[in-house]
Design a binder for this molecule. Structure first.
Ligand code: GLV
Ligand code: GLV
Length: 355
């Protein structure tokens, strides 16, 4: 192959490798066994000649790396992720490197994990599992692991883009929850779905589900029973959920985060979990991965999983394939699959109010 393409990690499936090797690329996969590569590790990988790189969300793609890639003749970088808060897109532009991400293929998989965490928190599944394995179960009791019924409650979605909307549909259709959401953009298709599903339920003599587009985030926090966070991470969403906002939520609310850790002030969250034993969280992401803030691991009212929301076989192979296509496309002069829907700041003070 005449083009040298690097993947900083082995990735699932073989399709991504075949796509590249069939079109003049030779693929080199980093063989370092440590989980998180440093900037220096990646500079060494890039070397003197490198046309494109497939990188990971654990890596810091800033000025230093894009400058090194550009010096090595590289023009293409793709994150194997939909989120690209680890990528300085301006620096990439400055050095003439195109940036791609992998939206679409992980929407349903990620939404399914958010839904799983919501239900697991509502029904205290992890606590109950630990209880069982500890040999503590000595017979059925009326009070044993009583949780929340989701049916008829309100699901709150903060960030109703692809993933947030898919999650909302699962919770509405699966559990007959009402919807309240906050986003700068109107989620028209989601609203239509809830309306149609509500009509269907009504026609069957059941309580219809309802939807509401909130005019402020606080309205969601105050009204929802289950709140799931789906914004991008940028400076406008850093610590979006802080001490003050936590205090606005219902005492028995459930908070789920499958977006990015720094969207939540994790220290404030630990304190809130301590003060409010009925408040529960399901977390897939953490402020300083791979670490958890002190105390979080001891909280019975928290479910914690290691950033696995997109971890289905189909999705991970799809992400690898898309990332390869992004890099190949740029090298070959095809368009790069970028994410034009979501590059605007999430919380724009000047955004139009909800219709
Ligand atoms: C995973 O976190 C992703 O952004 O794809
Ligand atoms: C519980 O197991 C019941 O039968 O109600």
């Amino acid at each position: 192959g005449k083009y040298r393409v690097i993947s900083t990690k082995p990735m699932p499936g073989t399709r991504w490798i075949n796509l590249l090797t069939q079109q003049d690329c030779r693929v080199e996969i980093c063989t370092l066994t440590k989980t998180i590569l440093s900037v220096e590790d990646i500079i060494a990988l890039i070397g003197d000649k490198c046309d494109g790189v497939i990188g990971q969300l654990t890596e810091d793609w800033g000025e230093t790396l894009f400058s090194a890639l550009s010096k090595a003749g590289g023009t293409a970088f793709s994150n194997m992720a939909v989120g690209y808060n680890n990528v300085d897109v301006n620096a990439a532009n400055k050095y003439g490197v195109a940036v791609g991400n992998t939206p679409g293929v992980l929407t349903e998989t990620t939404a399914e994990l958010a839904a799983s965490l919501s239900v697991s928190a509502a029904r205290r599944i992890v606590e109950a599992d630990e209880f069982m394995r500890a040999g503590l179960y000595d017979g059925w009791l009326p009070h044993l692991f009583v949780g929340n019924l989701l049916k008829g409650q309100t699901v709150g979605v903060i960030g109703a883009g692809r993933i947030g909307s898919a999650y909302a549909r699962m919770m509405i259709e699966g559990f007959k929850m009402n919807l309240i959401y906050y986003d700068l953009y109107q989620a028209t298709r989601l609203e239509k779905f809830v309306t149609a599903y509500g009509q269907f339920l009504k026609a069957n003599g059941e309580q219809p589900v309802t939807w509401k587009r909130a005019s402020s985030m606080d309205e969601v926090l105050q009204q929802a029973d289950v709140i799931s966070l789906h914004p991008i991470l940028d400076k406008t969403t850093y610590h979006l959920i802080n001490k003050e906002r936590l205090s606005k939520m219902k005492k028995e609310a459930i908070l789920v985060n499958c977006s990015r850790g720094p969207v939540v002030d994790e220290t404030a969250l630990v304190e809130h979990l301590k003060q409010n034993p009925m408040f529960r969280v399901g977390l897939d992401v953490f402020e300083e991965e791979p670490y958890m803030k002190p105390g979080l691991a001891d909280m019975k009212n928290a479910i914690v999983v290691p950033h696995i929301a997109s971890a289905s076989k189909w999705t991970r192979e799809g992400m690898a394939t898309l990332a390869a296509l992004n890099v190949l496309g740029k090298i070959k002069g095809y368009p790069v699959w970028s994410d034009p829907n979501r590059v605007e700041p999430f919380l724009n003070e000047n955004a139009p109010p909800p219709a």
